[in-house]
Each structure stands twice: as structure tokens, then as C-alpha cells.
Design a protein around this ligand. Structure first.
Ligand code: C2E
Ligand code: MG
Ligand code: MG
Length: 490
């Protein structure tokens, strides 16, 4: 059992110090275990005045502050070393918190941080210690813990609990979180172990939302690699290292190519060509996504215009462009679309913007931007449809034209009846709302046949073409889709 009160001679002093915290956490007997319903510490102006008190408790959530957490981790570390036991620090971070804050305002952000703190307290073990250690990050100390599996199980429990909607004044809010875990066997100080958990967290977040990562020394190496990428990415645009490839999209009904999806690549001077999954998350974190997105938009629009000058067939092709949440919400995004269309003389209906469901989490801003785009005449697709938890209500609220079924549903489509049922349901939703449904990642003839049988509208994937450089793509688009659609598809 972890010692919640502190050990040995330190105990008395802890009690005294914690006792002082009691005053500012409104009668809570132990600030390390503020019950969920406990009143918050008053606001900055009326809170307890002592600097020690202020530094020990986070005013917003009533949780112990980082300073107190560091001390508690330090104490646990000493005990764990003495008793030769394992302990873990979990760094829990709300995914995309900044987007909530930007979109709905700081007050909303504050409330969200409070309810998340409450939910975390309900979820953790009674012996665990929780703290708000940074703006949208919570630290959880589990000491002792049996093994790595036990720590991961606790992290999973936390993620599950946060996935339940939060009923706030202006409706249900859904959040996800990512967690980094570090153990005492990789660090010698409290700051070291907390830092390792943070490194693991960054690694988790760079992969996908809602993930858990355990700190290993390799992660720090990876973090250095990311930092190097980040630095190099800053000059990649100026050095002309980014380029765009295009993947044809085939209509399964008409058996012709109807357009392409623009996909960005980075020709790194030392590492060679790097895919977007490696550098787009970094660009999103640093804000570089905005100029990169503008580059992709302008390059892709110019490319379609060039193809049109070269062949009348290109009048039937449209251009799909991926847009991240942060791009969508950046000021002036609709204007940058109008500008690109104006420069190239393309019509707005030639352009399709692909956004993922997670970009729609904070309804108001996304809805407003999508409406403006729709007023311009731009088409809107939901990318990777079905991969994020979603109430689906947005489908009827938002001006959407297309659903793109994520590759994960297509991979095992042929052998998995449940997946067939899901794809069939997506097609039914699409049909009843008048939306086009496109399957992504079609790699085999068998998948294609299945999609044809289910009545899917269009598809893209390696079976037809990989993403191609402009010249090769133009040649591919100019012939009937592979497999020869007009001839023998089934
Ligand atoms: P996405 O929009 O879902 O794009 C489809 C991804 O699946 C592309 O990966 C494509 O190369 C890959 N793909 C297509 N067909 C197949 C197939 O048959 N099998 C397999 N295994 N993969 C296939 P890519 O180019 O690596 O892009 C990954 C993601 O990066 C994209 O997913 C998109 O979300 C993002 N992305 C790409 N370009 C941009 C961009 O310009 N801006 C932003 N914000 N995101 C971008
Ligand atoms: Mg896409
Ligand atoms: Mg996709």
C-alpha cells in the first residue's frame, strides 16, 4: 500500500503542510484526495493568501499542485527504493484541449478541466495521488504498483472513464485523452520520473489520440528525432522540400476516375521522402500546418488547372484536399480557399475539403467554417469516417457531401461479416442523406467485389493506383481505372 501521509520523520511536517492546504480547499481533509464534489478553491482574489498554500494547491481544480506532486513522487521514490518496489507516474493529457479553449473560450476550458479532474478522482485507486501538473495535464502517482501491466490497466481505466460524455451547461462534451507512463526503474529523481512520463505522453500523442505509451529509453531517442524533424520542417517550405502526390478516385457506378486526393510529402535532405503521418502531427503542434496547408491547397489547385489546360477530360476531375482541425479553425481559412480558387480560375465545386470527425468535436467553430465553405460552393467530405467516437448527430446538422470509409473497415471486409454490416450501414446512412460514400484503401479485387455488391459509390486504393506524381497521375487518370472497369470487374 502506498503511504498517503508521508513516511517517517517527514510525516509530521507533511501533516502540518497539508493541514494548511485544508483551509484553501474548503474543508477537505486531505488535499491529495479532494473528493469529486468538494468545492473548488475560491478564485485568485479570495483564495487562501499564503504563498506556500497557493503553491501547493491548484486553484482551478482544488487538486495538489505540481510542486506538491513532485514532493510526493520524491517521497514515494525513496520508499520504493528502500522497499525495492515498483511505482509509476501517469501523465494524463486531454487531446486537443487547445482547440476546445480556442473555440469555446477560456471559461469553458476551465469548466472542462474541473470536470475532468472530478472524473479522474472518481476513477483512480484510493491509494493513488492525483495532481494537475500543467494546463491540461494531470499527474497520477501509483505507488507501489505490481507491474507494468497493472499500470497500463489503470491507464486504460482512466481513458475509458474519460470517454463517457461530460454533461455541461451547453450540451454533452466528448473528450479523449492520452497517457504517458514512467516507472522508477528508469529514473533516479522525482523530476526525472515525471519528465519521463511526459516524454512518453508526447510519444503517445504523436501516434494517435487516445493512446497509452510506457516510457522506454528509445522513446527519448524518438523524441530527439521529432525535435530534429520539427526544426528541419520549419525551413522545409522555404527550401522547396515539400511536394504533393495525387491518388486517383474511381466511381464504381460509372467506372471512370472522378478525381484525386492530394497528399503531401516531404523530401527531407538526409532522410529521403517522409510521409504526412510523421510530420503533420508535428506541424499541427507547432502551427506550421497553416502555411503547409496553404501550400498544398495552392499546389493542388494549380495542378488541376494545368491538367485542364492539357486535356478536356480533366474538366470531370475534382480535387480533394485534407484539412486538419487546426487549419479549419485558423482565422482566414475560407478566405485562403477563395484566394486559391480565384488565382487558378477553378470553380468552387471542383474542390473537396476532407475533414476528420475529430475536427468537428467543438461544434460551433467547425460548423461555422463548414457553412462558409459551403456558401462558397466547396464540397465537404468526412474522412476516416467511423473511426472516432461520435454521436453522428453532426451528419444531419452539417453541410456534408461525402463520407469516406476508413481503410480499417476495408482491410478485413471480405472475411468479416460484422465489418460488412458496418459498411452496409454507412452506405444506408449515406444513401438516405444523399451523400456520396467512398471506400478508402481498396487493395484487392475481392474487396472491390464486396464493395460493388454492397453498392458503394466510389473507391480509391492501391488496387487502382498508389498516390502518384503529377505526370504519372495524369497518365493514369486519362485511361480507364484499373482494374479495367469497363471490361471485367466481377
Ligand atoms: P487520408 O486522408 O485518409 O489519406 C489516405 C491515406 O491512405 C494516404 O496515406 C494514402 O497513401 C493511403 N492509402 C491509399 N490507398 C491505400 C491502400 O490501398 N492501402 C494502404 N495501406 N494505404 C493506402 P498518406 O499519404 O500517408 O496520408 C496519411 C494521412 O495524412 C492522410 O490520411 C491525411 O489524413 C494526412 N494528410 C495527407 N496529406 C495531408 C495534407 O496535405 N494536409 C493534412 N492536414 N493532412 C494530410
Ligand atoms: Mg483524406
Ligand atoms: Mg482517410
Amino acid at each position: 500500500m502506498a503511504d498517503r501521509g508521508g513516511a517517517g520523520s517527514g510525516r509530521g511536517s507533511w501533516r502540518r503542510r497539508l493541514g494548511r492546504c485544508i483551509g484553501i480547499t474548503a474543508g477537505v481533509s486531505d488535499p491529495m484526495r479532494t473528493p469529486p464534489s468538494a468545492p473548488r478553491a475560491p478564485d485568485a482574489h479570495s483564495a487562501g493568501r499564503g504563498t506556500v498554500q497557493e503553491s501547493l494547491v491548484d486553484r482551478l481544480t482544488g487538486l495538489p499542485s505540481l510542486i506538491l506532486f513532485v514532493e510526493r513522487v520524491g517521497q514515494a521514490l525513496v520508499r520504493s527504493n528502500e522497499n525495492n518496489t515498483l511505482m509509476a507516474v501517469l501523465d494524463v493529457n486531454i487531446d486537443g484541449f487547445r482547440i476546445f479553449n480556442d473555440a469555446k473560450g477560456m471559461k469553458f476550458g476551465d469548466v472542462l478541466l474541473q470536470v475532468v479532474a472530478d472524473r479522474l478522482q472518481e476513477t483512480i485507486d484510493s491509494t493513488d495521488v492525483i495532481s494537475r501538473i500543467r494546463a491540461d495535464e494531470y499527474g497520477v502517482l501509483c505507488a507501489p504498483i505490481a507491474n507494468e501491466g497493472e499500470a497500463i490497466a489503470r491507464a486504460e481505466r482512466i481513458l475509458e472513464s474519460l470517454e463517457r460524455p461530460f454533461a455541461l451547461a451547453d450540451g454533452d462534451v466528448i473528450v479523449s485523452a492520452s497517457i504517458g507512463i514512467a516507472f522508477n526503474n528508469e529514473a533516479t529523481s522525482s523530476v526525472g520520473i515525471i519528465g519521463n512520463a511526459e516524454v512518453a505522453l508526447h510519444s503517445a500523442k504523436s501516434e494517435r489520440r487516445s493512446s497509452i505509451k510506457v516510457y522506454k529509453d528509445e522513446i527519448r531517442t524518438q523524441a530527439k528525432y521529432r525535435l530534429a524533424l520539427d526544426t528541419a520542417l520549419r525551413s522545409a517550405l522555404e527550401r522547396d522540400e515539400l511536394f504533393v502526390v495525387y491518388q486517383p478516385i474511381a466511381s464504381l457506378k460509372d467506372r471512370v476516375y472522378v478525381g484525386v486526393e492530394a497528399l503531401v510529402r516531404w523530401n527531407h535532405p538526409e532522410l529521403g521522402v517522409i510521409g504526412p503521418q510523421e510530420f503533420i502531427p508535428i506541424a499541427e503542434e507547432t502551427g506550421l500546418i497553416v502555411p503547409i496547408g496553404r501550400f498544398v491547397l495552392e499546389t493542388a489547385c494549380r495542378q488541376l488547372q494545368r491538367w485542364r489546360e492539357a486535356s478536356p477530360k480533366a474538366n470531370d476531375w475534382r480535387m480533394s484536399i485534407n484539412v486538419s482541425a487546426s487549419q479549419l479553425k485558423a482565422p482566414g481559412f475560407p478566405e485562403s480557399i477563395s484566394h486559391a480558387l480565384g488565382e487558378t480560375g477553378l470553380s468552387s465545386s471542383d474542390l473537396r475539403i476532407e475533414v476528420t470527425e475529430s475536427a468537428l468535436v467543438d461544434g460551433e467553430v467547425a460548423t461555422e467554417v463548414l457553412r462558409r465553405l459551403r456558401e462558397l460552393g466547396v464540397r465537404i467530405s468526412i474522412d476516416d469516417f467511423g473511426t472516432k467516437y461520435s454521436s453522428l448527430s453532426y451528419i444531419t446538422r452539417l453541410p456534408i457531401d461525402e463520407l469516406k470509409i476508413d481503410r480499417s473497415f476495408i482491410d478485413d471486409l471480405v472475411d468479416n461479416e460484422s465489418l460488412q454490416a458496418v459498411v452496409s450501414a454507412i452506405l444506408t446512412i449515406g444513401r438516405s442523406l444523399g451523400l456520396t460514400v467512398t471506400a478508402e484503401g481498396v487493395e484487392t479485387q475481392a474487396q472491390l467485389i464486396q464493395l460493388l455488391m454492397l453498392g458503394c459509390d466510389s473507391a480509391q486504393g492501391y488496387l487502382f493506383e498508389r498516390p502518384l506524381l503529377p505526370g504519372a497521375c495524369f497518365a493514369a487518370l486519362s485511361s480507364p481505372p484499373r482494374p479495367p472497369l469497363g471490361q471485367k470487374w466481377m
